[in-house]
Design a protein around this ligand. Sequence first.
Ligand SMILES: Nc1ncnc2c1ncn2[C@@H]1O[C@H](COP(=O)(O)OP(=O)(O)OP(=O)(O)O)[C@@H](O)[C@H]1O
Length: 247
Amino acid sequence: MKELTLFGGKNKYGESEFFSQITMKRGELYSIVGNTGSGKSRLIKDIEQLAQGDSVTRRKVFLDGKLIPMEKRMEISSRLVAHLGQNMRFIIDTTVGEFLQLHAQCREKLVDISKVLCLANQITPEKIEQKMNLNLLSGGQTRALMIADIAIICDSPIVLIDEIENAGIDKEEALEVLLGHDKLVLVVTHDLHTALMASKRIVMEHGAVKVIVERSPEEKQLFEQLSSEYQIQKKRQTMLRAGGIIR
Ligand SMILES: Nc1ncnc2c1ncn2[C@@H]1O[C@H](COP(=O)(O)OP(=O)(O)OP(=O)(O)O)[C@@H](O)[C@H]1O
């Protein structure tokens, strides 16, 4: 898959969305912003379900310019779309190492498991080890492992993320990891720093896309400023967690 095209639908009042179609490509990052209840999660669900005008929004999703036949939707969605929700947990009772091996086998991939772990440990400060039990990982460790798994083991070119900022992980590192693996990433966020990481942001209102804003040069500067503040904040957090005194 090279690109995804979203065809506009209807808002909560049955009015047409302002755009007729938007085409998004691999390697791009879009943030999705808007008030609570404005339809952000519904938008990413439409993409995950490869909607064909059959959801409440009446949107349609085409891949590489083509409509996906109804009977292939589930199979194609599970292969091409990875969705990280707000509260996700592994439920399989096995170790981290065994799970990654198993997943690599299912995806018919020769993967160095230690690389996946190394990547996950760049995203979370709480170290994950191969012998740990998968369902005993913390929320932040779980998300970090899922992101590293999506980057290296999954072939899914589309990644949908619902609120990365509350996950207790390094949000900048996580998004950079995914983009570095040539994914199209859409991230729902209420956080200014995360929203400005994307060069395009989709603004939602009343269940519809209200506007798509290109990040301005001033916003890019602001993003860089927020990024350096984030680095300082991370160092202070590390000190705080280690029982240090913040100066
Ligand atoms: N175009 C639409 N037509 C009808 N219902 C819609 C439309 N878009 C969203 N909805 C419904 O509105 C409700 C709120 O939408 P959604 O959960 O996507 O909001 P949100 O922006 O993600 O909110 P939050 O920030 O609180 O998570 C849901 O029940 C959703 O199905």
